[in-house]
Design a protein around this ligand. Structure first.
Ligand SMILES: [Zn+2]
Length: 189
């Protein structure tokens, strides 16, 4: 047996994994070879050191800590979910938002068109485009229909009430959107 063959078998020999025949020839070689005996001694030392190494102990309350973190995480997510669900009914959809903006804008324009003093401030009533002509006609229609002071007052009061109810029912976000839309529509805000 040669030393190169021995090197492969030494660890198996230490682990008692070597077949009897090979074990015998190895022992014969070891009895005569100083080099391989030293190699065996080193390997035995390493093996014994590895066997006596204590596994790293996990903290006794590791599982409890993990479960606490998980529970806290779940609670946190539950709280966030509840917060979102509370907030959702106040969040209008795009269509609701558009409906409110259109409604509020139309009623506001209605008030302005019903009052000649405010009407002259609108930029489009002095233009010549088809839209401005249509709006002037509409304003004249409003003015002729609501000619009586009492009717006009009723109209304005009803519109203001309508806007107030709409805005009271709308969320903060919707109110902001409405004010922004109105302030863009009116040059004298
Ligand atoms: Zn040898």
């Amino acid at each position: 047996m040669r030393c190169s063959q021995t090197a492969q078998q030494l660890q198996l020999y230490i682990d008692n994994q070597l077949p009897m025949g090979k074990m015998h020839s190895l022992e014969v070689h070891l009895a005569t070879c100083e080099e391989c005996r030293r190699e065996l001694a080193v390997l035995e030392e390493i093996t014994s050191a590895l066997n006596t190494t204590q596994p790293v102990m996990e903290p006794a309350n590791l599982t409890m800590h993990i479960m606490q973190r998980v529970a806290l995480d779940v609670q946190q997510r539950e709280r966030e979910k509840v917060a979102r669900e509370v907030y959702i009914p106040l969040r209008p959809s795009l269509m609701e938002l558009l409906a409110v903006i259109v409604l509020a804008t139309v009623t506001t324009l209605g008030i302005i068109l019903g009052q000649p003093s405010l009407r002259v401030n609108l930029p489009f009533t002095s233009g010549n485009s088809q839209i401005s002509h249509l709006l002037v006609t509409a304003s004249q229609f409003f003015a002729s229909v609501n000619s009586g002071t009492l009717t006009l007052a009723f109209w304005v009061l009803g519109t203001i009430l309508g806007i107030s109810i709409t805005l009271a029912l709308a969320g903060n976000e919707m109110r902001d959107e409405w004010f922004r839309a109105i302030s863009h529509k009116l040059p004298v805000w």
